[in-house]
Design a protein around this ligand. Structure first.
Ligand code: AMP
Length: 935
């Protein structure tokens, strides 16, 4: 602390031993909110102990000691009795603090007026012993940002009520950062939460409400009884999103990606994105898109357009999404991250995600928590998401808040990342517009999430055929009598003489006329020019399209040399160093290549071609099984070095991140990334394959069917460790059968590579080939170090991914009596045992791509066994799992006519694997013997 400052303060204070009550109260205030006390006080309190930089309550005796100490060391300490005025002054500051903390609890948020909220005592003058004080008496207002130091008590109290208990309930005092709190206070307190908008903006807001209401009424009349998941009651969502886009555009945002569920979606599509009304009407009429094999209902559709703002055009994308609530949010974040990366923007100022949540869903769905947790991490940050809750006070179809959450607000989850939460009454559209602007300003300034809780209601039932009064009788009595938001705002504007009846009629007639013509209702819509990615090169290709496969051996060696080099000063752990030394031997031909090296060589080739790679997973830098070591940790100073980032000057970006401990959120994020970025190789790796179970919704609703439902290509690769090695039910199976069951229409590829050359070529194929479809890979565990699972540099350079691998031993086809088909690790068990048995009458054929099934390659391999009658499919998985049930029709198709196909594998089982290593070993031996025994 500066001596001078201290002296001034002590001289001018009323500090004395018997003023300690005053000091202690100031200290309490400081603990609640450091900004609520003056700088001089804060400087002193800042000296008290902290935990991790945060002030913690100190014993009051310690506070006293500190002041006694200060008093002793100063030349002069003014000693005066704590007078009545000091005490009241403290109370006034406490009153301000109380409003900042709890004003939202008595704010006027519920348009229906049915919330039963207790009066907060701390917001009364009585509670602070200020009821009897002369209201004209002036008090210092501390940091209350009204632009003056002092205010009469009466005026101050009124200002506090207007600011914190009007149509906006601001919850932000849970934020620790003082600057952020001060910033929010500045935004609200300076205008008492009451914006003064120009006529132009007021008209824009009104037009939004006219559009929101107008569309629903029109649809209701034109298609009575048809499901549309009306927005009515939450009409303010339309002007809100539009104001956000305008503000974002003015601040230089180039793209806005929106994610929302079905409620109000048609309204957003037409009145924000500018989908032509006629297109929507055609969909109501049953129009089918011939380009999509499956298609989707109209309230799941996405849309893209450009939107003009004062700061330039903003590209808008509404993400397609399934009915599963909240799952689209990480998809939107991933899409935004891809757009930011493409624009080289690390702050988030070039692309903005808006996610629209339901009040029950935001509290109920765990993926919301995951996205909050992801929001500031290296791999997933997007510079903050604006999250809007359309809080219609009804859970899913019928429930009350007492059944849908355990928290006061549905938005309490946002406090985990200290996001400010702005509750707003949807019947006050100007307050809605104000919080929209504040949200954009906050997000762009602090690059963090911000939440708007749009408190509204649902005018109809869950859908238009539903009867809401059956379960919500009191609420719907109110709803039926409640005027529509447009009408309320018109009344307000007329009261301000800001609009005439004729003008209102003109707006409504104009809107209706546009609908009658089936045109676009959004004035700001512009022809789309800002495609963030060009998908044209990837359209219309199937998995077997040709591409430049091979790579020169010298080039490969050069790449290998680059990714085995690291600065001399970078001291590796001895085990990692050993691996890198081994890799150099592999490079020199002294040793065959293992999996980890071949995989990283594929990445080296891809970034060398200028393509970006994004690889995330729970241990991806190192590799779950200590095999990748793409990130090298200096044992002396913990710094990291990533050889793949240093392949050459103008290489593609190599980004590898250890993911947050989530599956569903991160996989959805990567799906969003991959569907917005065709030119990067995007890979998600599960720690163990079965972990993907937790992300099943992403696999079912997006990865396997997004192209067929929505025409959205996605080149995402999933690496899923899979293999039966006695590790028990949970770490054996990546549930291959579930992926195979989802396979149709060539929607994705399911591969089980068994050699380092195969993984090298599979990864390159996925990146180089001009086709973007998901690639699901059963990756190995024990094969990572298996002496037989090795390859030569030449095998890598040859460049072909073999979808089928025929017999590799010297076994004459004419002697073969049985052909065993298999996939994955069990091949090596079979090979090993057959060699031990010295059998030359059994051929082993590996199916390295289970889907799309490579019929041609299989036919070529089988040609030589046309005399064989005995074919077996051997798998490690139980009979009801693995490939047997889903793929056997392909195996049957492959064998010569008249031949038989039998099964060798575990019996059907409820669990993927047994929990006892000894039982596992017996089962494994039995299935191998069974496969090799000729009957
Ligand atoms: P967006 O930037 O998401 O608004 O997309 C702009 C346009 O690019 C869309 O209208 C589509 O024509 C195309 N597009 C975007 N994403 C994909 C995708 N995953 N697959 C195919 N085409 C896409």
């Amino acid at each position: 602390m500066h001596e001078g400052v201290m002296q001034t303060w002590l001289d001018s204070s009323h500090l004395s031993a018997n003023s300690m009550v005053y000091v202690e109260q100031m200290y309490e205030l400081y603990l609640d909110d450091a900004t609520s006390v003056g700088d001089e006080w804060r400087e002193i309190f800042d000296q008290l102990p902290k935990v991790q930089g945060v002030s913690v309550e100190t014993k009051h005796s310690e506070v006293r000691d500190l002041f006694a100490q200060l008093a002793k060391t100063k030349d002069r300490v003014v000693v005066s009795a704590a007078d009545q005025a000091d005490e009241k002054q403290v109370k006034v500051l406490q009153l301000i603090n109380a409003f900042r903390f709890r004003g939202h609890q008595n704010a006027n948020l519920d348009p229906l007026g049915i919330w039963d909220r207790e009066k907060v005592r701390e917001l009364s003058l009585e509670h602070h012993d200020l009821a009897d004080v002369d209201k004209s008496k002036e008090f210092n207002v501390g940091s209350f940002a009204v632009g003056k130091d002092k205010m009469p008590l009466g005026d101050l109290y009124q200002a506090l009520q207007q600011t914190y208990c009007g149509s906006i309930g601001a919850e932000y005092m849970h934020i620790t950062d003082t600057d952020e709190k001060r910033w929010i206070q500045g935004k609200l307190e300076s205008i008492k939460s009451k914006p003064s908008f120009s006529k132009e903006i007021k008209t824009r807001i009104l037009k939004g409400l006219v559009a929101a209401d107008g569309l629903e009424k029109y649809l209701g009349a034109k298609f009575p009884g048809a499901k549309r998941f009306s927005l009515e009651g939450g009409d303010a969502l339309i002007p809100m999103i539009k104001e956000i886009i305008h503000a974002a555009g003015e601040q230089g945002q180039k793209e806005v990606v929106i994610g929302m569920a079905h409620r109000g979606r048609l309204n957003v599509l037409v009145n924000v994105l500018g989908k032509k009304a006629g297109e929507l009407f055609e969909e109501f009429g049953g129009k089918v898109d011939p380009n999509l094999t499956a298609g989707d209902v109209k309230y799941h559709q996405g849309y893209s357009s450009d939107f003009e703002t004062a700061g330039g055009n903003v590209h808008l994308a509404l993400a397609f999404n399934p009915s599963h609530l909240e799952i689209v949010n990480p998809v939107v974040m991933g899409s935004v991250r891809a757009r930011l990366d493409r624009r080289g923007c690390e702050t988030g100022l070039k692309a903005l995600p808006i996610t629209v949540h339901g009040d029950s869903a935001i509290a109920g769905q765990g993926v919301v928590q995951e996205t909050f947790n992801m929001s500031q991490t290296r791999a997933y940050k997007v510079g903050g998401t604006i999250r809007i809750v359309v809080n219609n006070q009804v859970g899913f179809t019928t429930s009350n808040s007492e059944d849908t959450r355990s928290t006061e607000y549905c938005t309490d989850i946002a406090k985990m990342v200290q996001a400010p939460i702005l509750h707003v009454n949807s019947d006050d559209p100007e307050a809605v517009a104000l919080v929209s602007q504040i949200a954009v300003d906050y997000r762009n300034k602090f690059n963090r999430d911000v939440v708007i809780d749009l408190v509204c209601y649902r005018r109809h039932g869950h859908n238009e055929a539903d009867e809401p009064s059956a379960t919500q009788p009191l609420m719907y009595k109110k709803v039926k009598k409640h005027p529509v938001p447009r009408a309320l705002y018109v009344e307000q504007l007329k009261g301000e003489n800001a609009i005439s009846d004729d003008e209102v009629k003109g707006l409504m007639d104009d809107y209706r006329a546009i609908l009658d013509k089936g045109e676009c209702t959004v004035e700001e819509k512009r022809p789309m020019t800002q495609h963030s990615a060009d998908w044209a090169p990837y359209l219309g290709h199937d998995w077997d399209i040709d591409y430049a496969k091979s790579i020169e051996l010298e080039k490969l060696k050069d790449l290998g040399a680059k990714i085995t080099s690291y600065p001399e000063s970078h001291k590796l752990h001895s085990r990692v160093k050993k691996q890198y030394d081994e890799r150099i031997k592999m490079l020199n031909g002294d040793k065959k290549l293992d999996w980890g090296f071949a995989e990283t060589l594929a990445y080296a080739d891809i970034v060398d071609r200028g393509t970006n790679i994004r690889l995330t997973g729970q241990d991806s830098g190192r590799g779950t099984f200590f095999h990748r070591h793409a990130v090298l940790h200096n044992q002396e100073d913990a710094s990291t070095y990533t050889p793949l980032e240093n392949v050459k000057e103008d290489q593609g970006r190599f980004e590898i991140y250890d993911a947050v401990l989530s599956e569903v959120g991160v996989l959805a994020f990567e799906y969003g990334y991959a569907t917005a970025e065709p030119d990067s190789l995007v890979i998600w790796e599960a720690q163990f394959g079965d972990f993907a179970n937790v992300a099943q919704v992403v696999i079912d609703q997006f990865i396997s069917s997004g192209e067929q439902k929505w025409g959205r290509l996605c080149g995402l690769t999933m690496l899923l460790p899979h293999g039966y090695e006695g590790q028990g039910p949970e770490h054996s199976s990546a549930r291959l059968e579930r992926f195979l069951q989802l396979c149709a229409d060539h929607n994705m590829q399911v591969c089980v590579p068994t050699t380092p050359a195969q993984v090298f070529n599979m990864i390159r194929r996925q990146s180089i080939r001009p086709m973007r479809r998901p690639l699901i890979v059963m990756t190995p565990k024990s094969l990572l170090r298996h002496p037989l699972a090795v390859s030569t540099m030449e095998e890598l350079a040859e460049g072909t991914y073999q979808n089928i691998i025929g017999e590799i031993d010297d076994i004459a086809p004419k002697d073969v009596k049985r052909v065993v088909f298999c996939s994955g690790k069990v091949y090596y068990d079979l090979l090993d045992q057959r060699r031990k048995n010295e059998q030359n009458d059994v051929a082993l054929v590996r199916v390295e791509q289970l889907y799309p099934f490579p019929h041609e390659e299989m036919d070529k391999v089988i040609e030589q066994y046309s005399h064989v009658k005995d074919f077996v499919w051997c798998q490690e998985e139980p009979q009801n799992q693995g490939a047997w049930y889903c793929s056997q029709h392909h195996f049957w198709n492959s064998i010569p006519s008249g031949a038989n196909l039998t099964y060798a594998g575990r019996v059907a089982s409820a669990s993927p694997a047994v929990g006892y290593a000894s039982v596992h070993a017996k089962e494994q031996q039995a299935l191998v013997n069974d496969a090799l025994t000729i009957k």
